[in-house]
Write a protein that binds this ligand. Structure first.
Ligand SMILES: [Fe+2]
Length: 328
């Protein structure tokens, strides 16, 4: 059942409104702007019907406040006179759903409320569907990466560390929270192109021949192909294509240089190399973080974007790198 907040300083009007909506709704009432605002701060409502002309705090101020604290709640203004200015304020600043002039037609107001709440339900359903879809995409990324491990690609703990290093670096580079989390998730796909690399090369214990290296170097663009055209994977395609490019243009596959390499790829490259250096591999012991950072620093501006190197150092200083390593 939906909850309506009815606000009017006139007790008779408030009583009439309450009577109109007594069936099928939970109705709550406030006799002034202060009371309505205090109520909205603590209680979720689905719809507010608010009188414009009230002492101290006007209807547009109440509805503007509602927009801040409960943006989803439908806002309807009741106005007893043709005050164009306050209506404009209400439309522009409180984003009201509708204004209704006094005296109102009860049937019409009822219908307005029914339609407004139908649109609210639809919006919530869409939001739920969007959340489920996003979760399904995220699960698909993790499943694809874990399935790829069967082909002896990187271990899941490496992928999760790269994800966290990437997200932390992105935040340091000024990327907003949501985009940084997305970049972290997409980083897990950086080597997915190795699914197309023959096992004889991928698992060869000896040094690769020049010809085999050529095949190995095809994995960035193979990853782009595997990820297809879905817009959700656009950043993953950037990362696949760019994570072996070098800042000075000496990388592969396209010899892209400097900031022409997407930020996501510059970040993931650093996260990937840092993790490779600081973990045990069949051919080496893990390096201490300080040694890895010194090594990376010596390649700043050559392999790596100096700005990302600087932020990696900051993440070491504030303990983030250690926390991530210990978490996985
Ligand atoms: Fe790679």
């Amino acid at each position: 059942m939906h909850t309506l907040l009815l606000v009017d300083d006139d007790p008779d009007v408030l009583a009439t409104l309450t009577r109109s909506f007594r069936k099928g709704y939970i109705t709550l009432s406030a006799t002034g702007g202060e009371e309505a605002i205090a109520f909205l701060n603590d209680h979720p409502v689905d719809l507010i019907i608010c009188d414009q002309r009230m002492p101290n705090i006007s209807g547009d101020q109440v509805l503007s406040h509602a927009l801040q604290v409960q943006p989803e709640a439908i806002r309807i203004l009741l106005t007893g006179y043709a005050d164009v200015e306050s209506l404009l304020t209400c439309v522009n600043e409180a984003h009201i759903y509708k204004y209704v002039t006094k005296p109102w037609d009860p049937g019409e107001l009822n219908l307005t409320v029914v339609r407004a709440l139908e649109s609210l339900v639809l919006k919530r359903d869409l939001e739920t569907a969007r959340t489920h879809l996003e979760a399904a995409y995220q699960d698909a990324v993790v499943m694809l990466c874990l399935a790829a491990e069967g082909k002896d690609l990187d271990t899941s703990s490496h992928l999760y560390r790269v994800q966290d290093y990437t997200e932390a670096l992105a935040l340091r580079m000024g990327v907003d929270n949501k985009a940084a989390a997305h970049m972290g998730l997409m980083s897990m796909l950086h080597d997915i192109g190795k699914l197309a690399t023959p096992d004889a090369i991928l698992k060869k214990p000896d040094k690769l021949t020049a010809e085999e290296w050529e095949i190995m170097r095809e994995h960035p663009l193979a990853g782009v192909r595997i990820l297809g055209n879905n817009p959700f994977y656009e950043m993953a395609r950037e990362i696949c294509a760019g994570h072996h490019e070098n800042y000075d243009g000496s990388g592969y596959p396209n010899n892209v240089k400097g900031e022409d390499i997407p930020l996501s790829a510059r970040i993931v490259k650093l996260a990937d190399v840092f993790d490779a250096l600081t973990t045990k591999r069949p051919y080496k012991e893990p390096w201490p973080m300080e040694t890895a950072l010194t090594h990376i620093e010596s390649h700043s501006g050559l392999m790596f974007d100096p700005a990302t190197v600087k932020e990696l150092n900051n993440l070491f200083i504030d303990g983030t790198l250690t926390r991530i390593k210990e978490a996985h």
